[in-house]
Design a protein around this ligand. Sequence first.
Ligand code: ADP
Length: 303
Amino acid sequence: MSELQATVAENNIEMTEDLGILKEAFTQFTTSASELEQSYRLLKAEVGHLKQELSESQLEKERLREEAERNHRLAVVGEMASRMAHELRNPLGSIELFASLIRKELSGNPEKQQWADHLKTAVASMNYALTNLLLFTGKPQAQCRKVDLSQLIATLFPFIAHRLEQHQIICKNEIEPDHASSYPLWCDEDLMRQVLLNLMINAIDAMPRGGCLNLSAKEAPGRRQGQNRQGILVIISDTGDGIPKERIPHIFDPFFTTKKTGTGLGLSIVQNAVAAHGGSIRVESTARGTQFILHLPSQPEAR
Ligand code: ADP
């Protein structure tokens, strides 16, 4: 091999080696480029994701701000409503007192005495609504003492008598004095009166075409002589159309109502008041009627 040929051959080898290096570098470059492209895509997706999270958290922040503002407004309105309710109670007391005096004056005229009775019923209605409002805006505190259930129920009849008559509803009251199902309750009398009244008025409202309102009570299962006392069950049931299954989870929510002039406060108050007694309430309903079952614990020292 001539010297020239040898040099060319050497150059060829070098070129081939250089080409190999170049090729490898190019392959590495292509791989890195596609890896880079993939990282870029991932990064872009991540940025998009973060952007979405940011806008969602901004929306959530805005929602929470609006909710806090609404709660504040509600608290202010609640405060005002409770002050007004307190203010209205005094004049209502006077109206009731004068209605009683007028009734006495009209003792010789039963027909006109009824006018005074209407006044008293209207006052009782307003008192009932105001008490609900006050109980809703404040936290019910139960100041318990021994209360005769039958006597407590008896005080409610003058208030519901007109509604029962108006809708031709029969009331079967098994909670009568000296009856086996009359029990001493350990409760706050005013709170319990409002609880029972709310449940009885709901039952009456559920029977616009007449029906039967049943009141009964029994010992809670497990209470036996000489054993731990479990408390008392008070049952208020009606023969109305019942509560559709899908509605039941909402009926204790504040402001939930299906009535034209309802407030949706009644059952929420009932639930809070019963809880303040350490008791519970449950509802059973079919298309043939509804029953609310109150479980009230017995006197603490007896438990
Ligand atoms: P309101 O009586 O002002 O509607 P409540 O909180 O007392 O408020 O009741 C909420 C809702 O529960 C009622 O609007 C009604 O739909 C339902 N409800 C309560 N009691 C009964 C009942 N005995 N029968 C049928 N529905 C009832």
